[in-house]
Design a protein around this ligand. Structure first.
Ligand SMILES: Nc1ncnc2c1ncn2[C@@H]1O[C@H](COP(=O)(O)OP(=O)(O)OP(=O)(O)O)[C@@H](O)[C@H]1O
Length: 596
């Protein structure tokens, strides 16, 4: 770990922990009383042995018992208040770190989010739990109790002076054990965590694709993978458990050894009249208070190790750069003209660019189709146009202004997007459409649903717009999901609309409705659609053809399509024609300016 950069990376933790200082003082004060009160029982026992039994002091016993009842009542009050303080800490951490984590995730660039498996992002929320459990649970109380072991040590020195050497030696042995176990457990816990993370990533993938796993019978293929990772996880858990158990057992044996040694040495001093019976019994009781917290420390290292890893992971995340949240200039609602200049985009830094376009100009007033073979970069181009993938070189302009200067929120409200793989949430139909423009009115939702051709379908649902659609829209058909996604993109009335294969799951009628909607919307907006559909293509004014991330052709559909397919698919043939690169626009015409 880089200790030079660590303090900065952990600044977020200080902003959470610093306001908790008064609470920590309360905790220490409560712990002080709890630990001081813990001295009462051994002293009570010592007095009973030395003063009451030997001298038949029943009056003294009465006084001592009354005193102990009061002490126990006070102890109860102190422990309760310590519990309440810890609950407050837990709540604060949950609210502050949880909210901060959520906001950070929402502001991370898409490439950062795509760079890690789903399980990693889920783990971060468990890290918040680890933070809360350590800072507000048994581990925090243990840390607050630890300083008081020196108080117990001091009291032992006073009431059982001859036994001081025994305590000191055993105390140092316990410290050594706690330190050794801490190091050993941290290493094995880290190894276990790595293996468990890889198993969890596989489980997350299997669960996400459970429909495919069942239908294709992937269980036979993924079982060996899962078995291998599960076996690794079990092996490391056993190893870590063995290390932990080993140290806990040594701690237990050491405690018993300490008790036997104490009693043996104590007996010798009692015979020599250098120690009273009561002092020996009291010292034995105090030894439990002394070694107890250090012994607990042996078992608590796992949670401290986990806490450190969680803090490191969260620190790394909070240090990640974010999407722009504030625009550098205010722009009124744009008209929607999109321009690409000298653009290069690569998924990996050293990889060849997945997209390389010198110039492309897409203007409002008509539908622009993007065509190309699988993997030619159509979806990538849409994501670059939306500002989701910042280019390595070049610019994307919206109405002549570089989109890099706009916030993610502004771009999302100006550019509607229907992805290839529709993602809906487990909420009502209404809410899913409204997510496209938070705060939109019912009228806007109705208008968007009508434009997307899904209003009648929704009206037929048992609860209409209030119908729940299940996890990821599982209660809907693929076509219904796609149409709701189109409504979601339309609801904010964005000046730019990007549609990625929007009719892949639509029936013929729905596709024709969508074509009419697109044509209508494009009168005042920029509509870009990735499609090979013979129903949608005739509605397109311009066509952009991509091949391996480069422009193969771009220009009016009436010119480009006949060159690509031989004929323009105006009559919507049954089978969509495949682009024919050989018949495309020659290279010198490739960076054509797409104009109406
Ligand atoms: N997240 C990613 N990380 C790395 N490479 C990617 C990623 N997404 C896409 N690619 C690569 O970028 C290239 C273009 O992919 P893209 O999805 O843009 O193609 P497409 O034209 O939309 O394909 P399709 O017609 O199959 O949807 C492909 O070679 C693909 O392997």
């Amino acid at each position: 770990m880089d200790t030079d950069t660590q303090p900065d990376k952990r600044a977020w933790l200080r902003t959470i922990v610093d306001p908790l200082r008064p609470v920590a003082r309360e905790l220490l004060a409560a712990s002080l009383f709890v630990n001081l009160l813990a001295l009462a029982a051994p002293i009570f026992v010592m007095q009973v042995y030395d003063r009451v039994i030997g001298h038949s002091g029943l009056e003294t016993l009465k006084g001592l018992v009354i005193g102990m009842v009061l002490v126990l009542a006070f102890d109860y009050v102190m422990r309760q208040s310590r519990g309440r303080v810890m609950q407050m800490v837990a709540l604060r951490i949950d609210v502050e770190v949880g909210t901060r984590l959520f906001d950070k995730l929402m502001r991370l660039p898409l490439r950062t989010l795509e760079g890690r498996p789903t399980a990693f992002w889920q783990q971060l929320f468990r890290d918040v739990d680890a933070l809360r459990n350590t800072l507000s649970g048994a581990s925090a109380i243990l840390l607050a109790d630890l300083p008081f072991v020196f108080v117990f040590l001091g009291v032992i020195f006073v009431i059982g002076k001859p036994l001081a050497a025994v305590f000191l030696v055993m105390f140092l042995l316990f410290i050594l054990l706690a330190w050794r176990s801490g190091r050993a457990l941290a290493d094995s816990a880290q190894r276990e965590k790595n293996v468990t993370a890889s198993r969890d990533a596989l489980v997350a993938e299997i669960v996400a694709g459970r429909g495919i796993v069942k239908s294709v019978g992937l269980d036979r293929a993924v079982r060996p993978l899962w078995e291998e990772r599960q076996a690794g996880a079990i092996e490391h858990a056993i190893q870590r458990g063995a290390v932990a158990d080993g140290y806990v057992t040594i701690g237990t044996e050491l405690t018993q050894m300490a008790s036997i040694l104490l009693t043996t040495v104590g007996a010798i001093y009692i015979i020599d009249h250098e120690l009273s019976m009561g002092a020996l019994v009291a010292c034995n009781m105090l030894s439990a208070r002394l070694y107890g917290p250090i012994n607990q420390l042996v078992g608590a290292w796992k949670s401290f190790g986990g806490f450190r890893q969680s803090v490191d992971r969260l620190s790394e995340l909070f240090a990640e750069s974010e999407d722009r949240s504030e625009a550098t200039m205010r722009l009124p609602r744009p008209n929607g003209r999109l321009t690409i200049e000298n653009l290069n985009f690569a998924y990996e830094e050293d990889a060849p660019p997945s997209l390389g376009i010198e110039r492309l100009d897409i203007v409002p007033g008509g539908v622009t189709a993007i065509l190309g073979k699988n993997g030619s970069g159509k979806t990538t181009l849409l994501k670059v146009l939306m500002g989701l993938y910042p280019p390595a070189k070049g610019r994307v302009l919206l109405d002549g202004a570089d989109i890099a200067q706009f916030s993610r929120g502004e771009l999302a409200s100006w550019i509607g997007y229907v992805p290839q793989d529709t993602l809906l949430f487990n909420a009502s139909v209404r809410d899913n459409i409204a997510y496209g423009a938070p705060g939109c009115s019912d009228e806007q939702i109705l208008a968007a649903a009508r434009a997307a051709g899904v209003h009648d379908v929704i009206a037929d649902m048992p609860k209409g717009y209030a119908t729940g659609i299940g996890e990821a829209g599982s209660k809907l058909s693929a076509g219904q999901r796609q149409r709701i996604a189109i409504a979601r993109a339309l609801v904010g009335n964005p000046p730019v609309l990007l549609l990625d294969e929007p009719s892949a799951s639509l029936d013929r009628q729905a596709e024709e409705d969508l074509r009419a909607t697109m044509a209508e919307l494009a009168k005042t907006r920029t509509v870009v659609v990735v499609t090979h559909s013979p129903v949608l293509l005739p509605a397109c004014r311009d066509v952009v053809v991509l091949d391996r991330g480069h422009l193969l052709a771009a220009g009016p559909a009436a010119e480009v399509l006949p060159r690509l397919f031989g004929t323009r698919p105006a009559a919507a043939p049954q089978q969509p024609p495949k682009p024919n690169p050989a018949a495309a626009v020659p290279p010198h015409q490739m960076q054509a300016r797409v104009t109406p």
